[in-house]
Ligand binder design. Structure first.
Ligand SMILES: Nc1ncnc2c1ncn2[C@@H]1O[C@H](COP(=O)(O)OP(=O)(O)OP(=O)(O)O)[C@@H](O)[C@H]1O
Length: 328
């Protein structure tokens, strides 16, 4: 089992603190979403993990070793950072053939990985004619050349159509089911919501949340929208009942958090308060995510941010190498 561990990692570029005392663990056998808004520091963290930039302080290790300490990195970690660049005149197969010797695998492996990602039939075609989805698959095939136990993928769903996203989801889940450690970055939770088991959420270089997706889902809290023609009566009822509002009451409108609609209705009825609307509002995971990262229009109101739950840290496993994309 090869885990990825980031420990009190900081990276500054001049005055810009891209990563700030960041710690988290990525477990094997699971797909982990590495999430945060643009500029949060995801790519920088991945680049440190891959030895492409030196940390200002702290460590980022794969199977307990820094990238530079891996003897055969291509056999340990496969990475696709941002939009992988391909020589447009090369065929998909030729692209893989450039990397196979670097990773230390025989030519036959290029055919295997093409088959894995469903590109066998187009392997002889020039990459310049590939669709974006095909390029993403080729990038993934490249990361798999060394059959690495760890995969680091930066925004792999970027630009994929719904069918491509469905394929990627199933593919990543299968890779994790084989026991691999799969870290997938994204700035949109909804994009990876159906793919990931765990989430590591960062904002402005710092960890804001780390848990299973199920635990993150537990942070969603029901809200009930209440509309009454009697604004003062509604305010009095809210105060008497001790309800929490998601935001300030606007005229006769309030949004009550954590109280079932039936209980709000019953209390209003008992108080003789006329209601014109009583509606349960869905607070999705994306709202929780935006609340945690401070990107929500109205801030994190009504969303239980909860304490930062640092992922259990238990770095084990044997070491070793990095993927071709990363090796550049
Ligand atoms: N080489 C660099 N020189 C200067 N600043 C940098 C460098 N690389 C990253 N930064 C800055 O560090 C911060 C974090 O950037 P990073 O690319 O890691 O974020 P990100 O979460 O990956 O965002 P995105 O989703 O937009 O790629 C940003 O403010 C960025 O401008």
């Amino acid at each position: 089992m090869t885990e990825v561990e980031v420990d009190r990692l900081s990276k500054s570029f001049g005055a810009v603190r891209a990563v700030d005392h960041l710690s988290f663990t990525v477990r094997a056998g699971r797909v982990t979403g590495f999430l945060g808004p643009n500029g949060a520091g995801k790519t920088t963290t991945l680049r440190v993990l891959l030895g492409l930039v030196a940390p200002t302080s702290g460590t980022a290790t794969i199977g307990g070793r820094r990238y530079s300490e891996l003897t055969r990195p291509g056999r340990v970690v496969g990475a696709a950072l941002e939009a992988a660049s391909f020589h447009p005149g090369r065929t998909g197969l030729d692209h893989l053939r450039v990397y196979a010797p670097q990773v230390g695998v025989p030519d036959s492996r290029t055919h295997e990985v093409l088959a894995l990602v469903g590109l066998s039939e187009v392997g002889g075609r020039r990459v310049g004619g590939y669709s974006l989805g095909m390029r993403q698959r080729l990038a993934l095939a490249t990361t798999l050349l060394g059959d690495p136990p760890v995969l680091l993928l930066d925004e792999p769903a970027n630009g994929l159509d719904p069918e491509g996203i469905r394929w990627l989801r199933a593919f990543l889940r299968a890779l994790a089911a084989e026991g691999r450690t799969v870290l997938v970055s994204s700035h949109v939770l909804s994009e990876v919501e159906q793919t990931v088991d765990d989430v590591v959420i960062i904002s402005r270089g710092r960890l804001v949340h780390s848990s299973s997706l199920a635990e993150l889902a537990g942070l969603t809290r029901p809200r009930v929208q209440v509309v009454s023609p009697d604004a003062a009566g509604l305010a009095a009822l809210v105060a008497r009942a001790g309800w929490t509002l998601a935001g300030p009451q606007r005229g006769g409108e309030a949004e009550v958090v954590d109280v079932p609609a039936a209980a709000v209705g019953a209390a209003a009825f008992a108080a003789g308060l006329e209601l014109h609307q009583l509606a349960t509002r869905d607070v999705g995971l994306e709202d929780v995510f935006l609340g945690l990262t401070g990107d929500a229009a109205g801030g994190p109101a009504g969303i239980a941010a909860g304490p930062v739950a640092a992922a259990a840290s238990d770095p084990r496993g044997a070491p070793t190498e990095v993927g071709p994309e990363a090796a550049r």
